[in-house]
Design a protein around this ligand. Structure first.
Ligand code: BTN
Length: 245
C-alpha cells in the first residue's frame, strides 16, 4: 500500500483471493479501472497462458496483471513491451541472486525450466484506442511441482530451497518497471537490447520456430528473433519457439 501511494505510475492495487484469471478480470472491468492498476490474485481457477494454453495454478506464487491504458495503441510496441517486462523481472530476480535467464520472447528460465511466463493482451474497442494487459505469472514458493508440468516448469523455491517474500518481490518488480518505463517509452526496446541479449538463452542455438528448424543469430532492434534458415535470414516477431539443446 505504501509503495502504491508513493508510486507515480501505479495508481491502484487490487487484491483478490480467487479469480478465473487476472487478465480476464482486467479485460472485463477495464472501464472502471484506472490506467496502471495492478490486479493480483492468490488463486486462479482458469489461468491462461500464451497460445491458448492453460497456466497451471501453483500455490504461493505471483499471479498479477497490469493494465496500461493507451491513447494511441501501437501494435508494434506489444512485442517489445513483453520483452521489456521479462527483462525487468529477470533483472530483479538476478538482484536476489537467482541465476535466471530469458527465453525469447518472455519466459524466465531457471536451471532449464520455466519459472515465469508473461501474457500480454490487447484490448481495444475502437481502433487506435485501447489498453494493454500485461499478465505475469511467477512460480515462487511452491514446494512441489505437479507431475503434468514438472519436466518443463519449476519454482524459485524448488530450485533454491529458499522462501521468497512475495510482497517484496512484487514491489521490486513494479518499482523496476516504473523506473525503466520512461526509457522504454523514449528509446524503445533498443535501449535494453544488450542486457536482453546477455541473458537470452536462444542465441546461437538451433531452435524450432512453429515446427521449423532454424539457427538463432540475433535479437533485433525491436526485439524480433533473427534466425538463419537455409542460408537466408528470417525475422520472427511472435510464435512458438522450442530450443534444441
Ligand atoms: C505463458 O507463459 O504462456 C504466459 C503465462 C501467463 C500467466 C499469467 S498469471 C497472471 C495472468 N493471468 C492469466 O490468466 N495469465 C497471466
Amino acid at each position: 500500500k505504501d509503495y502504491i501511494q508513493s508510486s507515480n505510475l501505479f495508481k491502484e492495487f487490487i487484491y483478490l483471493d480467487e479469480v478465473d484469471s487476472t487478465n480476464t478480470y482486467v479485460k472485463q472491468n477495464q472501464q472502471h479501472l484506472e490506467s496502471s492498476t495492478v490486479v493480483y490474485a492468490e488463486r486462479q481457477t482458469q489461468g491462461r497462458g500464451r497460445l491458448s494454453r492453460r497456466w497451471v495454478d501453483l500455490e504461493k506464487g505471483i499471479k498479477m496483471s497490469i493494465l496500461l491504458k493507451l491513447l494511441l495503441l501501437d501494435l508494434e510496441k506489444i512485442v517489445p513491451l513483453t520483452l521489456f517486462t521479462g527483462l525487468v523481472i529477470n533483472r530483479v530476480l538476478r538482484k536476489y541472486g537467482v541465476n535466471s535467464f530469458i527465453k525469447w520472447s518472455n519466459d524466465i528460465y531457471l536451471n532449464g525450466k520455466k519459472v515465469c511466463g508473461i501474457l500480454c493482451e490487447l484490448s481495444g474497442e475502437v481502433e487506435g484506442f485501447g489498453s494493454i494487459i500485461i499478465g505475469i505469472g511467477i512460480n515462487v514458493n511452491a514446494k512441489s511441482i505437479p507431475d503434468e508440468i514438472k519436466d518443463i516448469a519449476t519454482s524459485l523455491k524448488a530450485e533454491t530451497s529458499q522462501d521468497f517474500d512475495r510482497t517484496r518481490l512484487i514491489i521490486d518488480i513494479l518499482k523496476e518497471f516504473e523506473k525503466e518505463f520512461p526509457n522504454f517509452e523514449t528509446y524503445g526496446f533498443s535501449h535494453f537490447r544488450d542486457e536482453y541479449k546477455n541473458f537470452c538463452i536462444n542465441l546461437g542455438k538451433e531452435i524450432l520456430v512453429n515446427g521449423q528448424k532454424m539457427l538463432c543469430m540475433d535479437i533485433g532492434e525491436n526485439g524480433e528473433l533473427v534466425c538463419e534458415k537455409d542460408g537466408k535470414i528470417v525475422e520472427i516477431s511472435s510464435g512458438e519457439v522450442t530450443i534444441r539443446f
